[in-house]
Ligand binder design. Sequence first.
Ligand SMILES: Nc1ncnc2c1ncn2[C@@H]1O[C@H](COP(=O)(O)OP(=O)(O)OP(=O)(O)O)[C@@H](O)[C@H]1O
Ligand SMILES: [Mg+2]
Length: 533
Amino acid sequence: MLPWAANPAPWGHRVPNLPFSFQTIVEMSNEAIWVVDADRNIAYVNERAAEIAGYRPEEVVGKSVLTFFFPDDVPAMEARLARRESGEAERYQHRLRRRDGSAVWALISARPRVDETGRYDGSVVIVTDITELARTESALRDSEFWLRESQRVARLGSYVFDIPTDRWQSSAVLDEVFGIGPDYPRNAEGWLAIVHPDDRQRMAAYLRELLAARHRFDREYRVTRVVDGAERWVHGLGELTLDGDGRPVRLFGTIQDITEHRLREQERRHLEARLLNAQKLESLGVLAGGIAHEFNNLLTSILGNADLALHDLPPGSTAIESIRAVEAASQRAAEISRQMLAYSGRGRFVVEPVVLSRLVREMGRMIELAVSKRTRLRMALAEDLPRTDADPDQLRQVVMNLVVNAAEAVADDEGLVTVSTGETTCDAAHPLRDHFGEDVAPGRYVVLEVADTGQGIDAESLPRVFDPFFTTKFTGRGLGLPAVAGIVRGHRGFVQVESEPGRGTTFRILLPALPTATPMAAPSAAPNDRGRV
Ligand SMILES: Nc1ncnc2c1ncn2[C@@H]1O[C@H](COP(=O)(O)OP(=O)(O)OP(=O)(O)O)[C@@H](O)[C@H]1O
Ligand SMILES: [Mg+2]
């Protein structure tokens, strides 16, 4: 029996023309309605309530409300009931236990009735099945989680740019990538201020062009993070939305931090280039060495026979001149073969501690002869350099090849060729790379530098100047620098080249220094200026 009268309306006033009795309204309600008595037993349920619980209505009446909760949930429910019995209405979400043991997610709305004396005599509870809603909500939460986490892991931010108002909004990840806070001016100008100064003009032009041509945004560019000034590479993507008249109104897209990716890519290209270079050196070295070797045998035979023929010829024979020409040509051929051998790294090595400055000084006359009269020659040879273990003959070849190139580069112009020696140290604080992209091994080096104010080397030729037979000269053979590279490699040294077309070129050779017993003098000179005049 219901604890209060059913009809007319319990609060007393009449409802005109009501087609249903209040009882019918309760029974017909599509929400589950439960009435719980003061003993926590079910006094009444409508059809919908019984259906949700998986019972027939008459089976439910008389059962304890706790029957419809899972054992784990009972203590919490008892606490709720206690509060309700003290007069508190409540609305909460909880699961209910159906007859078959399955769970129903429910929105539970309960209101107790307490009389003037404070006596509780039951409550009306309306229960809405929100299982479907909860499932959707949880799916939504899941997908939101996936989206948020993948964006975070991928460092992928999103933005939407409202074009007419010149305002953009950004996701948390984008704010993190740009290093901006909530107060940052989110307009086109604000975005351009984040773009790295070197890319700014290009990106401003790109945005203008994109809005005019209504195409996608797809560009990699650099940004300077606002918060710490760090430089990052990003990849921006975006799609335009057009209004009815075809005017762009919105740009929606993503911006991904691809700095690590770029660095890895750079490193990969660098490694590839090194590998290619090593392979090239290896195969060309074998080839050049092989040819030079055969060549030398032939030349020995040619020169020997020419010599014999000269002795056998009667004085005044017209053949003498021809034989001398054969000798001269053979000498030139021997020179080529020597260069090829040097390049291959298979040349003879007679190594001894060499004082580089002395070696260069002793070559003075040869160097002067190599440089044309109109070209000034400057020697700046450092004293007290550590020695280096080297083959003096081969070092002389290096100096000559570089000086000849320098002289040829200034040609007849009134240029300057500078030959200098010095020393340098490579360590963690001063990392160095050579011309071929190899890291210079840490340690002390003696340095030979040949600089000229000649025509310079253009960016396209620069990576190729050490390739055998690469030449830009009419009569060049393209063997001078390959020989230098081979010899320096053979000495565990390194080569660096700097050149500015039209301004000049500097070749720098680093050879490992032998340990010195005496400390270096001249503390007044900065290390890099050592040996310069
Ligand atoms: N100091 C320099 N200034 C400008 N270009 C240079 C310089 N040194 C070398 N080069 C460029 O590098 C190329 C290769 O030099 P390399 O010495 O190997 O050959 P080459 O001088 O052309 O011929 P050779 O075998 O007679 O030395 C040159 O043709 C030139 O283009
Ligand atoms: Mg040369």
